[in-house]
Design a protein around this ligand. Structure first.
Ligand code: FAD
Ligand code: A2P
Length: 415
């Protein structure tokens, strides 16, 4: 921690509660458990944080990147941080000019994050050929208002799971996005403590040129949350709001977010996509981008697309119909259903094991990029299978894993 004897000041690492979208990325990334949260705010433990910066690059909004000079004896406690609706005004003191932590997004910051991140399984950088992403153009203080131009149920009416395809139009206001990015939606109203609701994050399901090509619109895939993680009945604030939206309704949107979970664009680049449920949104966006490019170009220069998609059953799988209509020579689709009556329970990792030979061929190729999105629980299982794939070809997993991470070839987004 940076201190000076004379002034007895330090830079305290704080999270801006106004910008934070409570996505949990920082808490997961922190190698020393210095970040925690309650029902309202994410906060940094002042006695534990060592300013290693590992959490800074992964934060989608930049809320994490706040360093306030404070007197050591007046460092903000966790209780104080939990009570904030916004960051406090700066304490009146002076700090030596050379006592500044590395700013987010600089090369040295990226270096620290990558080299020190054996606890981060995925890449902290995008593929080399990814397009430039714009991030944080709109925040809670300058949100953009979108108009709902469609809301369609994707899952079978008979299924318990209500997953929606919602189209949002930005009209004349620029909202540049790339496949793999996400947006934040601010639900109306206040929470139990009478604070404005914080924004929830949703991956884009549409490609960069719009849900409808050349329209300034995007689509998202939203599951209505009616149970908490323990199975108790609950009404998720934002998911229910979004699932109930009607055509013409206005929605407050922030973002776009995300500068690493982006697709490669160079000829011959292969994409392996592994997802469950609404984790299919970015995969739809990438697939649709490639499908449109293939239609436009006389020769398809792109590499292979391989998809592993898990759901309880066919009726609960978003985009099942459209996916099945895609040509077999365009995308290699592998479904994993866990609750089809009379069938053995299958997870994405089981189906990946069935395709180990083809996965090995792809993994050996430096032009192959891997994307995992959906249930947090699948991350460990998927990494385990990738390790098995590597071993089946005599490859050293730790070397391969380091290569995948350092070259922006392995991307995990689970929630
Ligand atoms: P809340 O009111 O915040 O929570 C209500 C209760 O439900 C709480 O107890 C909470 O712990 C629990 N809960 C929250 N989420 C879930 C869940 N998914 N399953 C079960 N219980 C839950 N969601 C999508 O539908 N589509 C997406 O494309 C998508 N992309 C995301 C991308 C990222 C990077 C992240 C971090 C999250 C993403 N989410 C997505 C999740 C989304 O941001 C919200 O967390 C989700 O919609 C629940 O919000 P809520 O306001 O309805 O529930
Ligand atoms: P399960 O039948 O065991 O719940 P959900 O519908 O809850 O979003 O889940 C999507 C799919 O992911 C379901 O088939 C679910 O199976 C499956 N799943 C649950 N846990 C894991 C896991 N650890 N790894 C892979 N898939 C999982």
């Amino acid at each position: 921690m940076a201190t000076t004897e004379q002034a007895q000041v330090t830079k305290q690492h704080l999270i801006d509660p106004e910008i934070c979208i409570r996505c949990n990325t920082c808490e997961e990334t922190c190698p020393i458990d210095a970040i925690t949260h309650d029902g309202t705010n994410y906060v940094v433990k002042p006695d534990i944080c060592n300013h290693c910066m590992a959490c800074v690059a992964p934060c989608p909004t930049g809320a994490i990147d706040n360093w306030q000079p404070v007197f050591v004896e007046k460092m903000y406690s966790l209780e104080e941080q939990y009570s904030w609706d916004e960051l406090p005004a700066l304490q009146a003191l002076e700090v030596p000019a050379d006592d500044t932590p590395v700013a987010a997004g600089t090369d040295s910051d990226a270096e620290v994050t990558i080299q020190g991140s054996n606890y981060v399984a995925g890449s902290q950088i995008p593929p080399w050929s990814a397009s430039h992403s714009y991030t944080n153009l709109y925040g809670t203080r300058n949100f953009i208002t979108a108009t709902v131009s469609g809301n369609y149920r994707l899952t079978d009416e008979s299924s318990e799971s209500d997953i929606r395809h919602v189209v949002l139009d930005f009209g004349e206001t620029p909202f540049p996005v790339l496949e793999g990015q996400s947006i934040g939606i601010i639900p109306p109203g206040t929470d139990a403590s009478d604070r404005l609701h914080h924004a929830r994050q949703y991956s884009l399901a549409s490609p960069r040129d719009g849900e409808r090509p050349r329209y300034n619109n995007v689509s998202i895939t939203v599951k209505r949350v009616v149970q908490d993680y323990d199975g108790n009945p609950v009404q998720g604030v934002c998911s229910n709001y979004v699932c109930d939206l009607k055509k013409g309704d206005k929605v407050q949107v922030i973002g776009p977010f995300g500068h690493t979970f982006l697709m490669p664009n160079h000829p011959g680049s292969n994409i392996i996509m592994i997802c469950t449920g609404t984790g299919s949104a970015p995969m739809r966006a990438m697939t649709e981008r490639r499908r449109r490019k293939r239609q436009e170009e006389a020769v398809d220069e792109h590499g292979k697309l391989m998809l592993f998609f898990g759901a309880r059953c066919q009726e609960e799988l978003p985009y099942f119909g459209p996916l099945n209509k895609l040509p077999k020579d365009f995308i290699d689709i592998n479904f994993a259903f866990s609750r089809t009556p009379g069938q053995p329970k299958k997870y994405v990792q089981d189906v990946m094991r069935e395709r180990i030979v083809d996965l090995l061929e792809l993994l050996k190729n430096e032009d192959t990029y891997i994307y995992v999105c959906g249930l947090k629980g699948m991350e460990a299982g998927v990494l385990e299978v990738l390790q098995e794939v590597a071993a089946s070809g005599g490859m050293d997993w730790s070397e391969l894993h380091a290569n995948l991470r350092q070259k922006g070839r392995l991307h995990l987004e689970t929630y």
